[in-house]
Design a protein around this ligand. Structure first.
Ligand code: NAD
Length: 443
């Protein structure tokens, strides 16, 4: 099938590369000219394991290309499917900002010349597919063109860091569709992907995405709250976790205590669902609590530093391992590291941070003054980050941090303290090496 994808971000690029890999001819279009120029030079703008190779091989066999012109993307390929995969960040009030989706719809309405299926992959509030359909129809009417098209909701559930595996073998594919012909197009598109497929009404599909993310965020905030209570009582949350995970109704996934969820999805989608509920006269008490707990949880690490070293951190050096919101990505959107660093630096600490891939991306997230005044340093190596530091704070559970050389670490640091924001280290090994070890919900 010929496919055009609007938006070459985390979702658009992975979708494009994977759909090309299973035999389709895909053009990825983005308004960001620099991004497209880089992609055309073979420079992939994000870190996602396996994505560079997948893009390179599909570009070389001419199944994947990149363009900064939607007009030529559509004119040259006569797509049967056009995906919308643009961002839907929070607006100032917490609503999902759908203007990029609507811009894409207007462009589609201006440019299509043949029947096609429009597929919304962006996460959008219930009813946006209908709005997209109306916008396109109005543009076609203004052009006095009569085309058959439909707007399908096909929300994406991939996880950054495991995006290719998640796209190629997903737990499920959700297709919200109202028209038999579009349903057949979508079933054909997904025929080479092994997965359970759920076809449902368009609105049901739009809501499924929000419900899934809100459920996952709820699990995280719940276990974080239990961890806080456990810590006060001298209870080991890791034992509690094992105990509850054995109950099949609870399960072992997504009940890891930590320093809060981040990323481009959970925070904004929980916020958006709260607004959707309130707009419809529902008081979303659970969702409010999920969000509140998460906002507080991001302060647990800086609070632990203050408990150890005092409120004014002048003359203190803090080593930070991990900046990305999760391992295997360079994405820092809403990452817990942002709150930690802001708190430490505003208390006059010197920070030496190390992340295996996210340091470059991280530079754009912090004020220039912290680099200029030599208060914030991004280090090339996890051990050099520790030199003369008073405490190590682990924020992101990268695999390379799991079994460090605690003896070497002890020699490098000025004071032997570890605050483990993901319960990632072997606490006994750390304590045996002479560290004061503080996890989440562990005493
Ligand atoms: P992103 O910010 O990485 O990428 C969005 C891209 O869209 C950018 O490159 C931007 O330049 C481009 N864009 C914006 N307006 C455009 C327009 N009018 N025409 C062409 N390009 C345009 O976003 P993302 O993380 O890929 O997320 C995209 C959507 O998918 C969001 O709705 C998000 O909630 C959802 N989603 C994201 C993930 C994830 O893990 N990142 C997972 C599932 C769903």
């Amino acid at each position: 099938m010929n496919i055009v994808i609007i938006g070459a971000g985390y979702v658009g690029l992975v979708t494009g590369a994977c759909l090309a890999e299973i035999g389709n001819t895909v053009t990825c279009y983005d308004i960001d000219n620099r991004k497209i120029a880089n992609l055309n030079k073979g420079i992939v703008p994000i870190y996602e394991p396996g994505l560079d190779d997948l893009i390179e091989s599909n570009v070389s066999n001419q199944r994947l290309s990149f363009s900064n012109s939607l007009e030529s993307s559509i004119d040259d390929s006569h797509p049967e499917i056009i995906f919308i995969a643009v961002g839907t960040p929070s607006d100032d009030e917490g609503f999902a900002e759908i203007k990029y989706v609507l811009d894409a719809a207007r462009s589609i309405g201006r440019l299509i010349k043949y029947d096609c299926t429009i597929v919304d992959k962006s996460t959008v509030p219930v009813g946006v597919a209908d709005t997209v359909k109306k916008i396109i129809q109005d543009k076609l009417d203004a052009r006095s063109i009569n085309l058959e098209f439909d707007v399908v909701s096909n929300p994406e559930f991939l996880r950054e860091g495991a995006a290719i595996k998640d796209f190629m073998s997903p737990d499920r594919v959700i297709i919200g569709v109202s028209d038999l012909k579009s349903k057949e197009v979508m079933l054909k598109l997904y025929s080479k992907i092994e997965s359970e497929i759920f076809c449902m009404a368009v609105k049901d599909a739009e809501m499924t995405k929000y419900a899934a993310n809100a459920m996952l965020a709820t699990k995280i905030s719940f276990i974080n709250e239990i961890a806080l209570i456990s810590e006060k009582l001298g209870v080991d949350i890791e034992n509690v976790k094992r105990g509850i995970a054995a109950d099949y109704r609870i399960g072992k996934h997504f009940i890891n205590p930590g320093c809060g969820y981040g990323g481009s999805c959970f925070p904004k989608d929980v916020k958006a669902l709260i607004k959707i509920a309130e707009d419809n006269a529902v008081d979303p008490k659970v969702l409010h609590s999920v969000e509140d707990r998460n906002n507080l949880q991001k302060h647990v690490l800086p609070n632990k530093v203050v408990d150890l070293l005092g409120g004014d951190l002048t003359d203190s050096t803090i080593a930070v391992w991990g900046l990305a919101f999760k391992p295997e990505t360079d994405d820092l959107r809403e990452a817990s590291s942002l709150v930690l660093l802001e708190q430490l630096l505003s208390r006059n600490a010197l920070v030496r941070a190390y992340d295996p891939v996210a340091s470059e991306a991280a530079k754009g997230f912090f004020p220039e003054k912290w680099f200029k005044t030599n208060r914030l340093h991004f280090m090339d190596n996890k051990y050099t980050a520790l030199e003369q530091s008073d405490v190590l704070v682990l924020v992101t559970e990268w695999g390379e941090f799991a079994k460090p050389d605690f003896k070497q670490m002890h020699q490098l640091m000025r004071k032997p303290y570890i605050i483990d924001g993901r319960n990632h280290f072997d606490s006994k090994a750390a304590k045996d090496a002479g560290f004061g070890y503080y996890g989440i919900g562990i005493t």
